[in-house]
Design a protein around this ligand. Structure first.
Ligand code: CA
Length: 240
């Protein structure tokens, strides 16, 4: 099965499934392979540690009851080293234990057995969050050609003049900046910024893009931060 493009976020490049139940592991791999080229597996804590040492995954699914120990121990160990999203696979639903696992650094839970749709939704949500936070860290402040964009302070200064962006313009700018280098179609932007409503999304995006560019581009007549990919959409290039 070939990986499919997901709306609203990139596909994970590598997923690690830590689960000792052979049938469940197989089912998870089958489902996850539809969105990811490299789904690796481990059936014990020792194997999981080895796989992590070889290459950090983009997302990890972690069973708690493993033959050589408790998955929660691996969770605590990894949390001291990395912020890879970790989704705990659990049969237990005890609230107290959930809180303890969240404290230990779990990003989400899946109660076994879970449906394919729910599994993919949760993995996608973690990827989106992780991409957004990584990108936000590296692109929190952008300076190019006399324009300063500060996403955290929500401030844009263009040739010395503070710019007032509408909430929609901020959302549009964030959507672009948080997917650096990726061409987003008008439909993608419509989904990210406006949600899935009906309307003439292409025209809507075009109008707001024009307004946004007047405020953030050093020279709006020759966009260089947000470039148009003819027939495809818009791409945030960032300062080069
Ligand atoms: Ca188990």
């Amino acid at each position: 099965m070939s990986p499919v493009m997901l709306p609203g976020g990139p596909d994970p490049e590598s997923i690690l499934v830590v689960e000792d139940d052979i049938e469940l592991r197989y089912a998870l791999v089958q489902t996850l392979s539809t969105i990811c080229r490299s789904v690796r597996t481990a059936s014990s804590l020792a194997e999981a540690r080895r796989e992590c040492a070889l290459k950090a995954p983009d997302v990890m699914l972690l069973d708690l009851g493993l033959p050589d120990g408790d998955g929660a121990d691996l969770l605590r160990l990894l949390r001291g080293l990395s912020d890879v999203p970790i989704i705990v696979l659990s049969e237990r639903t005890d609230e107290e234990e959930k809180v303890a696992l969240l404290d230990a650094g779990a990003d989400d839970f899946l109660i076994k057995p879970c449906g394919e749709g729910e599994l993919l939704d949760r993995v996608r949500a973690q990827i989106r969050r992780s991409v957004a936070s990584t990108a936000a860290r590296s692109w929190a402040r952008i300076e190019a050609g006399g324009v300063v964009i500060d996403l955290i302070e929500q401030r844009v200064v263009r040739h010395g003049e503070p710019q007032r962006l509408t909430p929609t313009e901020w959302a549009l700018l964030r959507a672009l900046v948080l997917h650096p280098g990726r061409t987003l179609s008008a439909r993608n932007l419509w989904d990210l910024v406006w949600g899935r409503e009906f309307g003439d999304f292409a025209a809507h995006v075009r109008v707001h893009m024009t307004h946004l560019r007047r405020k953030v581009e050093p020279d709006p007549s020759v966009p260089r931060l947000i470039v148009t990919e003819p027939g495809l959409g818009y791409r945030f290039v960032g300062p080069s």
